[in-house]
Design a protein around this ligand. Sequence first.
Ligand SMILES: C[S@@+](CC[C@H](N)C(=O)[O-])C[C@H]1O[C@@H](n2cnc3c(N)ncnc32)[C@H](O)[C@@H]1O
Length: 243
Amino acid sequence: MKTSIYIYFTQSHHACDVLRQLSNFCSELELIQVLDFDKKSFIGLFFDHDKLSYYDYRFGSLSLDFDALLRDFRRQNLGKKELISRAVGQNKVVIDSTFGTGKDSLTLMYLGFQVNAFEANPVAYILGKWNLEKSKIQEDRINLKFGNGLSHYKNLSLVQKTSFYFDPMFRPEKRKALPKKGMQVFEELIANEPKFESAIISEVLAHDLIDRFVIKRPIKGPLLKEKPHHEIIGKTIRFDIYM
Ligand SMILES: C[S@@+](CC[C@H](N)C(=O)[O-])C[C@H]1O[C@@H](n2cnc3c(N)ncnc32)[C@H](O)[C@@H]1O
């Protein structure tokens, strides 16, 4: 079934080209161009001078800038001691089954891993794909595909030992504080994530070349499967590692 989404162009002269390109990225998305933008009622994609964002009148807008993110990593001097790098281990290749805003995929790429990523939400996917294509990142360093990473990983032709990374959205029953506006937009956008069954972990680990399944959780979030083999614990997050 196709997902329909409105798209607004601040300048309409190259709307046709952009619409064609975005439709080629993901055939499951029907883009409906609107000519008026009312910031009190609009929910959809917003295209302004080559920049594609998602806008929801209730929370604001979400845009991705991967080149800026990489500059931040350089400034922060990110290195192999990062928890995420320790969590995925020694393998050079990582499958990021939950691309989202791309921050974790980009962190892994920056730290030298080759990343095969999946995103199941069509809108989040084309946001990521468009912004990756506009950035200076080469496709062989992060290869983002549309679809459910928990099953589509089987279509990858892996040739070396690989780690599998899974970061589903965590929605606590009670919240001390609301997340930042950008994150609220994102949470609303991806409200229907694919279902996860804990048996998937053993299924993925049965693959000849996948020897590590890493789940990112909030520090106090419940386990998604019984006790992991290792845990890497940070200040606010935790990585549960199954082998
Ligand atoms: C918590 S976010 C991931 C955040 C991500 N690690 C980042 O750095 O931004 C979860 C994302 O994964 C996607 N997702 C969840 N389950 C998925 C699955 N089985 N396959 C592909 N994408 C999935 C959701 O649509 C959402 O965009």
